[in-house]
Structures are given as structure tokens and as C-alpha cells.
Design a protein around this ligand. Sequence first.
Ligand code: AKG
Length: 262
Amino acid sequence: MNIQQKSTINLADLAKEIVEGQGYVLLPNLLSPAEATEARNIVLKLADKERQQKKLIVEGVKERLYGLIYKGEIFEKMVQHPQVLSVIEAILGEDILLGGFSAHILHPGAQRMGVHVDYPYWAMSPPYPQFPVLEVQVIWLVEDFTEDNGAPLFVPESQKLATKPDLAQFEQLAQKITAKAGTAIISHGLCWHDTSVNSTDKPRISILGNYTPQYIHPLEDNLFDFQPQVIDRATPKLKQLLRHDLKSQNKPVFEMKFKLSD
Ligand SMILES: O=C(O)CCC(=O)C(=O)O
């Protein structure tokens, strides 16, 4: 469902589309063109620096840049974007955690990443539990994703199968998701997906958010490249996402909000 296709859209519809419908939704125009360009430029600049420092995770012509929330205010804004979080919270509940927030660079010539479901599902043995939902992924487009620059491929409704992807079925059923810079693709972690080939002469960059319930161990180290000033100015929501507000040196257990029964 492209949000532009409907005039009246509500959170429940979006959450339903992700859980019971095609498995993903597109929210366009969440970043202005200037903000998308700013995020893209910061990633490219940092990647150059971290490549030299051998800090970048490099796999051929694909690269991943971690610790993004500490590397630009635009990323602090994106990781807690209210519209995105509202959709995620409608699925996972309010006690969510950040499992990761990183950039994925597909340089010219990058081949497909490989068909997968997202963490924590890929760390589990299939068949996967359909409920509760254990992860929602956000793919931020910081440039237009086109037919030929590595746009993601998704198999609609595959989250309902709750299985490891079947590669033959994937090739038959996958659809390429093209959209404009500033769009966020919000998807169910069980929805089969891949990246496509970047056959252009420019890098294609996505910013990837992984959101989980509190009982899932984060995929990434949220303290990687930690900058104290980011935590000093962090909103309560960002602190919650980083589990910062739950940490204490003088309390024996994390303060999780939960109800004993309904
Ligand atoms: O960069 C993308 O378009 C998607 C990458 C992805 O699905 C992943 O890293 O799990």
C-alpha cells in the first residue's frame, strides 16, 4: 500500500497492512529533499573517513556504516520519527527497543545481498512464530530508489508464511519497490526481501532501522561510537529506544513496564 493511494489512512490500517496484508507500507515525504540529501552526504563523507580507518564493514562493493545516531542530528530525527514510530508501536506495543540503525551503501556494480528475513528471525530456527511480531524494519530512502539502482525486492504477504525464504518462489513473486527520496518503507521482519543490482554509476544508500520488543537482544551495539552529547540532548523516546532510561547501577533489575494480567 502506498499511503498516497488512500486519502484517509489511519494507523490501524497501516499496521494491519504490515501484519495481515502485503507485509510492508510506504510512507512518502517524511524527509524533505534537502534532509534526504543531507543524510546521504553525511553517510558518504563518513564512509570515506571510516574506510580509511578500517572501521567500515565492507563486503565487496557493499558497505555498512554503524553508530549512526551519534554521527548527525538528522539521524537522531530519523530514528525517532513520530509517524514511523506510531506505526511500529501499533504493531509491537509502546515498549520498543532499537535493534539497530545503520547505513547500507550499494556501490555501482553491487549484486544482490541475498534473500532473507530480518533479525531476530534469521537467528532463530524455522518455522518462526507468527505472533507476537518480533521485529519491524524501516528502510529510509535518502535518494530515489529506481528500477536499476538497487531498490529492495519484497514478496508481498510472505510474512504470513513465517518460514525461511524459498529462493525459487522468491524469484517468481518478488516485486521491486521503487520510490522517491524521503520515503520510509516499513516492513514486517518476516517478509522475504533482498536488494536488487545497482547497475548505475552512483552509490545507492539506505538507512536501516531495526525495532523490536524489549525482550529481544539488540542486533547492533547501540553504544558503538557513543557520543555523550547525543545522550545529553536525547528525548525520552530516544533514551527509551537505546534502553538508556532503563539502566541503573543501583537497581537490580531493568524497570520494564508490564502488566501481570489483564
Ligand atoms: O538496503 C536495503 O535496501 C535493504 C537491506 C536489508 O534488507 C538488510 O540489511 O536487512
